[in-house]
Design a protein around this ligand. Sequence first.
Ligand SMILES: [Fe+2]
Length: 205
Amino acid sequence: MKDNTLLTNQVTELLYQALETEKGGVQIYTTALRCAVNEKLREEWQKYLDQTKNHVQVVTEVLASMGLDPETETAGRKIVRHIGTALVKSMEMALRGGDPKSAQIVAAECVTLAETKDHLNWSLIGEVAKKAAGDGADVLKEAYDQVEDEEDEHLYHTQGWTRELWIEALGMPAVLPPPEEVQDVGTAAEAAQAKKGRKKAVASR
Ligand SMILES: [Fe+2]
């Protein structure tokens, strides 16, 4: 792929969806923080909120540097926004339910759902950056390198929190903070390994 073919409609669509995902992420973490009961989880989500605010900035700058208006509406980003709003409303519904621990689990599930899309966006941006050439590709590559590790952490660590909070709610021995967090997992393979190792962590308590 040459530089002048980089701005295909679908790459543009991906970037707009990525921006909308990050913007939704700010709302989702802000609401999730109201649901967080566990102090360590609260610290974690506060850090992710700050990083997500920076990701909004990063994607906005990528779009601007490509001559694209960050405000442009697309059919796809409308759907991403709709899902983000639904996740925020779900957490608010859980908060109204009056059971703080259940609301915390709902929030962890909502963050996991949002971060699954976010993680997908960035891995696709990474693929596009690899195949592309020229200035546009450099901008994408730079953005990807800046954000990638944080996105891995947001998804895999929150998945671990969600699983362990559920296990705790089910009355079984939970590992909190989850092994993904303690082992600072950054890849799917490490996440699988950490999940496998949770039995040992439970046994050693
Ligand atoms: Fe992000």
